[in-house]
Design a protein around this ligand. Structure first.
Ligand code: TNX
Length: 527
């Protein structure tokens, strides 16, 4: 005990010594950030985050406190700090870290200003989401070992200067197919955490398809009981109870990420058709399906029970979905007659609106009459459907398969993924421009970008990570940063320097030979 005390005392002395030391010169301009911020001015010094540093938030701002606790918890394992969060009337006047809501409209919903000097780190934003995005910048300014889950030696210095930053696109997302193979709540939370670290703000969950129904619908219990009981290859599948889904939604909300649930219909519905005879044109249930073909199933679009079913599903889902959108799929309905498909999509759009949500559909839905606040998701290699949507004044989510599909193999020897849209190595994924990709779809027609991960070939979180990394940071940057500054040769160096962070976070990333993988610290060459 005595020995412990004296050790503790010795540590205190060391800490005091540390806190009196002169600040280390550091160049903010040389720090590695993804996505690249809008504006950065370096002032050549640094702020030292010590065991005594506190985070200050304005009184009565529980939301800011949430962000403060998030970063305090995040740095705790590696620093050993128990960072105190304090509410006060004027956080920016304190020495330490201040999170301030400054109600300055010019920051927008997610923009922020980060000012770092030797005594203070001040974050200003118009909305709490902006504080959260700024905290991700702070995280990347700290040494990579900040991400370690074991105690590491400091110092934990942040280069001084000013960063003013806001996203180019309001919608920056990824999609996870939890149907072809089921992923549990823990895996989804890990996915959310990785997205959050690159300032992404939408997670689209593909919840239903031919191979499984993954979200509990209390009024149609057989959907999950039977329809959720298998997956590709015949494994046991699984589903989220509504309570588990709510847990995912809350976890995402705490990271300023909106969950968009997708119920894919009228095609991609074999799991529902296998669970309820009345949804089939011939009133007979189908067999459960564990293969990977697409385009063979359809709801009976001329039966009233189908719309009762859709109404129940959307009603229950809307009640547990705080976000504005519900995705109704609508892709590859190859066995639905065109006129039936149009009739179906028109009716389903009304059902979504009735439940106070806006509709998203894969761009195939542009065959129907779309309402102006509907979004269409461009995915095919040909833009015909997306252009039809634009003609109807509908905005587009850009997910071109040959650029953004996270399930495309990197190259011909990649052990996971498909290649129907081609191989998508890191350069192919990054080196294109959202607003000039399709002639006739320009910036004002686009809400943003989404990178979908289909799960025919992936079974574990390691598989997910292998396909997602290192492509995801690139999509995050395409959505966040201004396209004028995009330069593949410069980006690949920044990406390569994320290596140590990937390692500390234990991400199973693909070591693409296109990337100069290197540690962050530039080791001086000794002659
Ligand atoms: C096409 S993209 C699909 C999915 C498949 C994916 C595989 C889209 C809207 N439909 O059903 O999983 O290709 O890459």
């Amino acid at each position: 005990m005595n020995k412990l005390l004296s050790l503790g005392q010795a540590l205190m002395v060391m800490l005091l010594l540390f806190s009196c030391k002169t600040p280390t010169p550091k160049d903010l301009g040389k720090e590695i950030l993804i996505p690249q911020p809008t504006k950065l001015i370096a002032t050549g010094s640094s702020f030292d985050w010590t065991a005594k540093t506190k985070i200050y938030v304005e009184e009565g701002r529980e939301d800011s406190k949430g962000v403060a606790n998030y970063i305090a918890d995040l740095i705790a394992p590696s620093t050993g700090y128990i960072t105190e969060v304090e509410s006060t009337t004027n956080p920016a006047s304190k020495k330490g870290i201040a999170l301030v809501i400054s109600e300055n409209e010019s920051f927008g919903n997610e923009g922020y200003k980060l000012t770092i000097d030797e005594k203070r780190v001040v974050v200003e934003a118009n909305k709490t989401a902006g504080l959260f995005r700024a905290v991700q910048t702070i995280r990347q300014l700290l040494p990579a070992k900040i991400e370690s889950d074991t105690l590491q030696a400091g110092p934990w210095e942040l280069a001084s200067g000013t960063i003013e930053d806001q996203p180019n696109y309001e919608f920056r997302g990824a999609m996870l197919d939890v149907v072809r193979h089921f992923f549990d709540v823990k895996d989804v939370k890990r996915f959310i955490d990785l997205m959050a670290s690159y300032k992404m703000n939408v997670l689209h969950l593909h919840l239903t398809d031919d191979q499984g129904w993954r979200i509990e619908i209390k009024s149609w219990p057989n959907l999950t009981k039977h329809g959720g009981s298998t997956q590709v290859g015949g494994g046991k599948g699984g589903f989220y109870t509504q309570e588990q889904y709510a847990e995912i939604v809350k976890y995402a909300q705490d990271r300023y990420i909106t969950i968009i649930p997708e119920i894919d219909m009228p095609g991609h519905t074999n799991a529902a058709l296998a669970s309820y005879a009345e949804l089939n044109a011939n009133n007979k249930v189908t067999e459960l399906y564990t293969g990977t073909h697409v385009g063979f199933s359809t709801l009976a679009t001329d039966k009233e029970i189908t719309y009762q079913f859709v109404d129940d599903v959307i009603r229950e889902l809307a009640a547990i979905t705080p976000g504005d959108y519900i995705h109704i799929g609508g892709d590859e309905s190859h066995v639905t007659k065109k006129k039936d498909y149009i009739y179906f999509v028109n009716r389903v759009q009304k059902i979504v609106t009735k439940h106070k949500k806006k509709m998203i559909g894969w761009a195939d839905v542009a065959a129907a009459e779309l309402e102006e606040n509907t979004l269409a998701q461009f995915w095919q290699t040909k833009p015909k459907n997306a252009l039809l949507a634009v003609k109807q004044n509908v905005k587009i989510i850009m997910s071109p398969a040959n650029r953004t599909y996270l399930d495309m193999q990197y190259d011909s020897i990649c052990p996971l993924g498909l290649h129907w849209a081609g191989y998508v190595d890191v350069d192919q994924a990054y080196d294109w421009t959202i607003e000039s990709f399709v002639e006739g779809i320009s910036k004002e027609n686009i809400v943003g970008i989404e990178a979908p991960l289909w799960a025919e070939t992936i079974k574990t979180i390691d598989d997910i990570e292998y396909l997602v990394f290192p492509r995801l940071p690139g999509y995050a940057e395409l959505g966040w940063s201004k396209s004028e500054n995009k330069n593949w040769d410069e980006y690949k160096i920044r990406l390569g320097k994320q290596k140590e962070r990937f390692q500390q976070l234990k991400i199973n990333y693909y070591q693409s030979p296109l990337i100069p993988w290197a540690n962050e610290e530039i080791v001086p060459v000794v002659e």
